[in-house]
Design a protein around this ligand. Structure first.
Ligand code: LLP
Length: 441
């Protein structure tokens, strides 16, 4: 197995996360279960925060991209670590506010923010809103004027950088629903439009080139292109951006095809980025902007695992063995969406070497409902506990009640002790919003 600080195999041959025995966790909380190691999350937040502090004089802010994993507890942790968050919906904003997250440190994104979401952002004093359409700029100006406030905004630009990652999570290719292209004149046009709006205070630009990226060069290229655009706007419009938000996208380990970065290694990514900002600004005669970064996956991805109980096992001789678990695409749709790969072990037999290659299937009524294909495991039996690694990001946050399965609860482990951060759903929760109209009663 892949060693990391969060995980280890204990003397009983069981997997431990954050000092808690996974077999005990399964007994206490049942399965399927999302488990998060609090220490890992905090370590990652600190790596980003401290690097900005030390290598950029603290002239910036780390915003945890909460779409990766959103619940009250994670906003509370982010608040305690002194970082900001990004939210992309009224629901994420509401959750953050429920956890008393300081609104000034919230940055709101979205390619089609609803009028109600914009109103909620203004109502609650969200620090920054990233404008992603002409319509939104008009709506926001109107709403801010109506309230007699001036809203700080950035503009999402698309620097046209192709990152080496899955097409669905690339966001800065020319054909993207996000952002204003810096090449077709639209980024300049929106800049002029926003500058002319008295209730919008334009402070800078935002870009996000994609997710699960390991090439430092992609980030550096994005910085160079962004800065060139900033310089162009300064020259043409006399507008010098004071803030630059470079988005997230730092990759994590899922399988041994990915680099295994230790928390401190992420510092290298930031250093490269910061160096590129300093160099670019010096060359272009720009003042160093207030720098923001939006890591999501790298903060929570490897901090989380999912525990499942093995059930039915089906062997199709000469073809494939399916090991079915009590979860599936309702708690982790990433294989279905992106053919994502994971590493798994049997948590109750964690000291055993893999002996076979199997497909891990979910329990949904759909052939494509898999957690993964060709996963290496010891020969599994019904009742074994399967641990899938690196499920902290975009698993719970993309879960659904498909087939009316219950979304698993999540627990946070701290110094070996676990507590719920997301309570279990019940069947009553499933029917809570169902309505039988009079005609069907
Ligand atoms: N900022 C913006 C504007 C974003 O759109 C995203 C991710 C992030 C930051 C955080 O990126 P990260 O550091 O997590 O890579 N559901 C997909 C990932 C979608 C990412 C969407 N945007 C998955 O499961 O892989």
């Amino acid at each position: 197995m892949n060693e990391r600080e969060t995980l280890r195999v204990n003397e009983r041959g069981h997997l431990e996360i954050g000092g808690a025995d996974c077999v005990e966790l399964a007994k206490q909380f049942g399965t399927p279960l999302y488990v998060f190691d609090e220490a890992h999350i905090r370590t990652m937040m600190r790596v980003f925060r401290d690097t900005l502090e030390e290598e950029y004089d603290g002239n910036g802010l780390v915003l945890y991209a909460s779409k990766a994993f959103s619940c009250k507890a994670i906003y509370r942790i982010a608040a305690q670590e002194g970082i900001g968050v990004d939210v992309v919906s009224g629901g994420e904003l509401y959750t953050a506010l429920c956890a008393d997250f300081p609104a000034a440190r919230i940055c709101m994104h979205g390619n089609n923010k609803l009028p109600a979401e914009l109103a909620e952002a203004l109502e609650n004093g969200v620090g920054r809103i990233v404008i992603d359409s002409f319509l939104e700029a008009d709506r926001l100006e109107e709403e801010a004027a109506r309230r007699g406030v001036v809203q700080t905004v950035l503009i999402r630009i698309n620097p046209g950088v192709e990152a080496h990652t899955h097409a669905y999570v690339q966001t800065a290719t020319p054909d993207s629903k996000f952002g204003f292209s810096i090449y077709d004149g639209s980024a300049e046009e929106i800049t002029r439009a926003v500058l002319s709006k008295p209730h919008l205070r334009l402070v800078g630009y935002h870009c996000h080139i994609g997710s699960q990226i390991f090439e430092k060069q992609s980030f550096v290229l994005a910085v160079q292109k962004n800065l060139a655009f900033l310089a162009e706007m300064k020259k043409k419009l006399g507008f010098e951006a004071r803030e630059l938000n470079l988005g997230g996208g730092f990759g994590v380990w899922y399988t041994d095809a990915d680099p295994k970065l230790r928390p401190a290694d992420y510092r290298g990514y930031l250093s490269a980025l910061i160096a590129a900002v300093k160099k670019g600004c010096a060359e272009l005669g720009l003042n160093l902007p207030f720098l923001m970064l939006e890591p999501g996956r790298s903060i929570v991805g490897e901090a989380g695992i999912t525990l499942y109980t093995v059930g039915a096992i089906k062997e199709i001789r000469g073809l494939r063995k399916y090991v079915a678990v009590d979860g599936g695409m309702f708690d982790d749709p990433r294989y279905c969406l992106y053919q994502s790969k994971y590493t798994a072990i049997l948590a109750n037999r964690a000291d055993e070497a893999p002996t076979e290659r199997v497909s891990v299937a979910g329990k949904c009524c759909e052939s494509g409902d898999l957690i993964g294909v060709d996963m290496n495991l010891p020969s599994a039996r019904a009742g074994d506990l399967l641990a899938v690694f690196t499920t902290g990001a975009y698993n719970y946050s993309m879960a659904s009640n498909y087939n009316r399965n219950l979304i698993p609860p999540a627990v946070l482990v701290k110094e070996g002790k676990a507590d719920y951060i997301v309570a279990p759903q019940s069947y009553e929760d499933l029917v809570r919003n169902d309505v039988l109209p009079k005609s069907l009663r």
